[in-house]
Structure formats: structure tokens, C-alpha cells
Design a binder for this molecule. Structure first.
Ligand code: HEM
Length: 363
């Protein structure tokens, strides 16, 4: 795909091969938009020891058993605050006033960032996304991302100052200190690219995944009724189907270390490959009628969180958060319908979500 400077691998089996055969395919790609804009080493574009060290700084805090200890205490008050602040005129965009704030604030409160206001956080992840999707080296996207990074760097100075004086039990602190000899730590410049990756994925994606799921349910009232009939049993399936149907993140970027053949297509060593997980989720050999939201379909593994050593470090926190945010909404409002006067449209290829999600709510 010349416009992306990348080969696209779209079938389920091929996506798994490209992302899990680490002898042949590397995540290292100095030309990737994330590396050009966020810097090197960025966790998703390093392999081996450097990758393992960075991952150990973040992943333990988001392991399934750890998440169950804190997720309810964090998400519930944020959700309540958002609901209390819904505009009284009934014009409620759940994306901007519910799902994105819950997602962004949950990340900051678990990651070790100060409690920035929600508009700042939304500006940050939209600005960072401009860099991460900048495959075409667009000047405007570059400028937006650079401005956002400068703002984030400035906001992070006091966080680093405090952690360099005294470590704590947050992922940012672990990124600085984990596995280092007594009295030593990594430089802030070294961990910052990985912090930017985590801020972007962590603040943006669970909100978008929950919104994608709600759209599926609102467009299929029979399935919404099924979920409401027994939230405990059915909500998990709805979320899994929602993020399969519209995957919030489109690709995992890889590069072959030697010439390879994929479906009789020759791809030279060093080329850029996008393993399109969003497309694997719609592979007709795995998911018949994959473009239809159907939470009653046979439950299978989904590609949404990626495969291989780089699979999403925030998977368990995201699932728990999306389920909780949706559950609180369903329990609070007996009826939710799409606002037909303000329709949504899905957009984005690397990051995909509705542009807005206006609804009518009944208590
Ligand atoms: C629905 C929500 C999310 C989705 C769909 C998602 C998806 C993904 C995918 C597909 C990857 C693989 C990227 C690659 O190999 O290039 C990834 C990696 C990653 N995600 Fe997520 N993500 C989500 C939420 C989160 C959250 C909440 C966090 C916060 C901790 C997070 C942190 C990360 C990190 C640190 C990586 C890099 C892992 C590595 O390279 O070892 N993600 N995510």
C-alpha cells in the first residue's frame, strides 16, 4: 500500500504468523510513525531485553488479579461524576462526556500521572494520535503532535523530579527503577517514548472500545434486551463482540528480517508490514458475516489486543473498565436510544471509533 509505505497482511492466520514468528519478523522499525514522533526506545518497536525491561515496568500493574483489586474503586466514582455532569438539555454525547473521560482518568489514576483536567487529557491523546497515525509524514499532523509532546514533557517534569527523589509503586516509577542496580535509574528521556505509547493507548482505547460496543447494542435492540435481561452473563460477550466488530486499534507493525513469501507474495527483508488485526477480526473463514454485530455468535478468540510478545499490556484493565462503564450506564438508565438528529459516523483506520455518540437517556 504505497500511501502507507507498508504491506498489509489481513488474514487471521497470516496476522498471527507475522506477529508471533519472532525469529522472522521484528517489531523494530525506526521509520514507524511512533518512533519518529515519540522517540526510541518505544515499547512497541523494540525487541529482546530492552522490550522485556520496559514491559516489566508496566504490565504487572495491569495483570488480571491486580486489576480486580482497584478497578471498581477507580471507575465507579469517575462514572458517577460524569453522569452527574450530563447536560440538562438532554444533548448528551456519551463519547466526549462519559467514555473518553472514564478512559483517560482511569489511566492517569492507575499509571502515576497527576489528575489533569479531562479536556487537557483528551487534547493529549488526540494530539499523540496525530503522530502515531502519521504514516504519510503530514506536516500538520507533525506540528500537532510536537506541540502536544512539548506540553506533556513540561507536565511530566515535576512527576520525574518527585520520583527521582523518592520512588513509589506506580508504573512510571517502575519504568525508571525496575531491574536497575541499587541507587541507579533509567533516564527520563529513555522511558518517555514508552510513557507516550501507554498514555495514548491507555487513555484513548478503552473509551473507544466501550463506545463501539454501545453502538452495536443500540443498533440491535434485541441484543440490548438480551444484555439487560442478565448483565452478569451477557455483558462480557457484548464487549468482546463490540471490540471485534470495530477494533479500536487497527494494526501491529512488523518487519521481516529476511525475504519472505506470504500467500505467494514476495516481501523483501526490511519492508514494513502492517498486520491488520482489525481485518483478521473480520476474516470470513473465522467469523462468517463478520461485519455484523452479533454477540450471540460462537465465541472465539479475537485479534483486538494483538498477538505475540507485544500483545496489549492493558488488556485486562481495558476489559474490566469497558464492562464496568457500560454496566453503570445500563443500571442508571432504563432506556438508551441513539439521538437520530445527531448521527454518528465511524472513522479512522489505525484508531477507529464513532466521531460522536449522542443518545437519549431515560432514568
Ligand atoms: C480496548 C483497549 C485497548 C486496545 C484495543 C489495545 C490494543 C493494543 C494492541 C493491538 C497492541 C499491540 C501493538 C503492537 O504490537 O504494535 C497494544 C499494545 C500495548 N498496549 Fe494496548 N490496547 C488497549 C488498551 C490499553 C490500555 C488501557 C493500556 C494501559 C496500560 C495499554 C497499554 C499498552 C502497551 C504498554 C502496549 C505495548 C505492549 C508491548 O509492546 O509490549 N493498552 N495494545
Amino acid at each position: 500500500m504505497p500511501a502507507l509505505n507498508s504491506w498489509l497482511v489481513t488474514k487471521w492466520d497470516d496476522v498471527i504468523r507475522v506477529t508471533t514468528d519472532i525469529e522472522t519478523f521484528t517489531a523494530v522499525d525506526k521509520k514507524a510513525p511512533v518512533v519518529r514522533h515519540f522517540g526510541d526506545p518505544a515499547i512497541i518497536h523494540v525487541d529482546g531485553t530492552v522490550h522485556r525491561e520496559l514491559r516489566k515496568g508496566i504490565a504487572p500493574h495491569y495483570a488480571a488479579n491486580k486489576v480486580t483489586e482497584y478497578i471498581d474503586h477507580i471507575v465507579r466514582p469517575i462514572a458517577r461524576e460524569c453522569i452527574a455532569a450530563f447536560p440538562e438539555n438532554g444533548e448528551i454525547d456519551l463519547l466526549a462526556t462519559y467514555f473518553e473521560p472514564i478512559s483517560a482518568l482511569t489511566l492517569t489514576r492507575t499509571f502515576g500521572v497527576m489528575d489533569a483536567d479531562i479536556e487537557t487529557l483528551r487534547r493529549w491523546f488526540h494530539g499523540l494520535a496525530m503522530g502515531a497515525i502519521n504514516f504519510g509524514r503530514d506536516a500538520e499532523r507533525t506540528a500537532i503532535c510536537e506541540k502536544t509532546k512539548a506540553e506533556i514533557n513540561e507536565a511530566f517534569d515535576p512527576i520525574f523530579d518527585a520520583l527521582e527523589a523518592e520512588p513509589n509503586d506506580t508504573p512510571i516509577s517502575h519504568l525508571l527503577y525496575h531491574g536497575m542496580p541499587e541507587g541507579e535509574r533509567r533516564a527520563r528521556e529513555y522511558v518517555m517514548p514508552t510513557i507516550l505509547v501507554t498514555l495514548l493507548a491507555g487513555m484513548q482505547e478503552p473509551g473507544h472500545g466501550a463506545a463501539n460496543t454501545l453502538v452495536g447494542l443500540l443498533e440491535h435492540p434485541d441484543q440490548m434486551a438480551l444484555v439487560r435481561s442478565d448483565i452478569e452473563t451477557h455483558l462480557k460477550k457484548a464487549v468482546s463482540e463490540g471490540i471485534r466488530w470495530v477494533a479500536p486499534i487497527g494494526t501491529q507493525g512488523r518487519s521481516p528480517m529476511k525475504d519472505v513469501e506470504i500467500r505467494e507474495v514476495h516481501i523483501p527483508a526490511g519492508a514494513t508490514i502492517s498486520a491488520v488485526i482489525a481485518s483478521a477480526n473480520h476474516d470470513e473463514e473465522i467469523y462468517p458475516s463478520g461485519d455484523v454485530f452479533d454477540m450471540t455468535r460462537e465465541h472465539k478468540q479475537i485479534a483486538t489486543f494483538g498477538f505475540g510478545p507485544h500483545f496489549c499490556a492493558g488488556k485486562w484493565m481495558s476489559l474490566a473498565q469497558m464492562e464496568l462503564a457500560l454496566r453503570i450506564l445500563l443500571e442508571e438508565f432504563s432506556e438508551i436510544t441513539l439521538d437520530q438528529d445527531k448521527p454518528h459516523a465511524f472513522s479512522g483506520w489505525e484508531f477507529r471509533a464513532p466521531n460522536q455518540l449522542y443518545v437519549k437517556l431515560t432514568k
